[in-house]
Design a protein around this ligand. Structure first.
Ligand code: XMP
Length: 503
């Protein structure tokens, strides 16, 4: 390749050998312009005058869509070794949001969403109920399916008892009827009563749960545990009913059926998830989902044109990133992708014009990259690899040479592809299936990093620091103020600890 100022001349000669029927091919292509594309490591932010007294004054409020806020600009990637109800709850408690992946049956995904929605709402609006004539075995099954320890016993819609751990823990006979175990003296609060009134009732009667009724009809359940949780996590991301927020992902095949099931569980937005999102399938899916009257996040794209097409189809948020992820090999396999800073800056032009927020998805190695993503116009970042190492994530944990690790895999890796086929076909072990897979991701290990909270807290401190360096107080001001400089390999070297022995 010859370079003359901005003129690149590509010249290649492909020899396929004497015996082939292919001709010797010479390709000459002239282009007078080739865009330079930069990634996080190629740039730094210009430090600007800050009027903050302390970095802690910087705020982290942002938004996922124009209707869904974020208290911290962090999303958890929809990957099966990263997100489950447990890790989703942990991030939502801190103010961010998880994207529940779709690599399971619709029923399983709906159940994970239900667990999140039931995790910390002050009023459980539709408590799980049982009738008096059922057995303890029936009750245990119901509780285990719903990951709860209490059932409200009803006759029609009227509560007649409550079955709590205190009632059944010492009972060894599973055939005993619920009516012979339940507590029948019910402490109830009227619908619309305040949390303080409910706490007062619990204190007075030395109980942990209060049934909420409207006249004699069951309307909900308030638990002390949920009230404590609410106090412990004041910045948690909650919906209007006080439940933790979560996004549900769908593919482009069963999107309507899946989305309807997730919406029934109270999901806060739907994400249509496709590696190459600038496509007809994606546009059709976004248009179809918009009819369900829910916020739609669409991606992934990495160009202004891609974002424009998805916004025109009705997307409320764009997910940006083709190939930057830590477990991705898309760029190696397909030769396609755009380094993330350039992709974000390009998409930002379109998103700003339409007032649609976007997520910088993939490639985040630490808080510095998050600040750069926000500076490039993103409203949040999506993180996979960093969260995969947390104790809440679903990846397998193992010890190697005395150190703890967790398994992590790209969703287009061989293992993830075979897992998907197994779910659809019931089997995936034959060689034919393996040969058909076009893997664009890898399976890997990541170091164990402690809890989600332990990973998020230093990230938040770093983001606050970055906001102040941008001469800003809010993420919105970062969008306006930030200026990048491009750096060289010398600058990169200087940016890292150097010429010392790091302990
Ligand atoms: P990080 O860097 O946070 O990135 O681990 C998470 C993002 O990576 C994307 N992803 C993939 N991309 N092949 C790809 O090309 C894959 O197998 C794959 N799995 C995940 C995805 O956008 C995720 O949010």
């Amino acid at each position: 390749m010859l370079q003359n100022n901005n003129i690149f001349i590509l010249s290649s000669r492909i020899h396929l050998g004497k015996d082939t029927s292919f001709p010797i091919l010479t390709v000459h292509k002239e282009c007078d312009w080739m865009e330079l594309a930069l990634s996080y490591d190629d740039v730094l932010l210009k430090p600007k005058y800050s009027s903050l007294n302390s970095r802690s004054e910087a705020t982290l409020e942002s938004k996922l869509t124009n209707n869904v806020p974020l208290h911290i600009p962090l999303c958890m990637a929809n990957m099966d070794s990263v997100v489950n109800a447990k890790s989703a709850i942990a991030l939502a408690r801190m103010g961010g949001i998880a994207f529940m992946h779709q690599f399971m049956t619709i029923e399983q995904q709906a159940l994970e969403i239900r667990k999140v929605k039931r995790a910390a709402n002050v009023l459980v609006e539709d408590p799980i109920t049982i009738t008096e004539e059922k057995t303890l075995a029936d009750a245990k099954k119901l509780m285990s399916e719903n990951h709860i320890t209490t059932l409200v016993v009803v006759k029609g819609k009227t509560p007649v008892g409550i079955l709590t751990r205190r009632d059944y823990s010492f009972e060894e006979d599973d055939t005993v009827l619920v009516k012979d175990l339940m507590t029948t003296t019910l402490i109830t609060a009227s619908l619309g009563s305040s949390v303080d009134d409910e706490i007062a009732l619990m204190k007075k009667h030395k109980i942990e749960k209060v049934i909420v009724v409207d006249k004699d009809k069951l309307k909900g359940l308030v638990t002390m545990k949920d009230i404590r949780m609410r106090r412990k996590w004041p910045h948690a991301l909650r919906d209007k009913k006080g439940r933790l927020m979560i996004v549900g992902c769908v593919g482009v095949k069963d999107y309507l059926e899946r989305a309807k099931a997730l919406i029934a569980e109270g999901v806060d937005a739907i994400c249509v998830d496709l590696a190459h999102g600038h496509s007809k399938h994606m546009i059709d899916a976004v248009k179809g989902l918009k009819k369900l009257n829910i916020g739609v996040i669409a991606g992934n794209v990495c160009t202004a044109e891609g974002a424009e097409a998805l916004i025109k189809a009705g997307a409320d948020c764009i997910k940006v990133g083709v190939g930057p992820g830590s477990a991705c090999t898309t760029r190696l396999v397909s030769g396609a992708g755009i380094p993330q800073i350039t992709a974000l800056l390009d998409v930002a032009k379109t998103c700003k014009k339409h007032n649609i927020p976007f997520i910088a998805d993939g490639g985040i190695k630490g808080s510095g990259d998050i600040v750069k993503a926000l500076a490039a116009g993103a409203h949040s970042v999506m993180i996979g690899g960093l969260f995969a190492g947390t104790e809440e994530s679903p990846g397998e944990t193992f010890i190697k040479n005395g150190k703890k690790f967790k398994l992590f895999r790209g969703m287009a890796s061989l293992g993830a592809n075979l897992g998907r086929q197994e779910r659809i076909n019931g089997d995936s072990k034959n060689v034919e299936d393996i040969n058909k897979v076009n893997a664009e991701g890898v399976e890997a290990t990541v170091p164990f990093r402690g809890s989600v909270q332990e990973v998020v807290q230093p990230l938040l401190r770093g983001i606050r620091s970055g906001i102040s360096y941008c001469g800003a107080k809010t993420i919105e001001e970062v969008h306006k103020n930030a200026e990048f400089v491009r750096i060289t390999s010398g600058g990169k070297r200087e940016s890292n600890p150097h010429d010392i022995d790091v302990l």
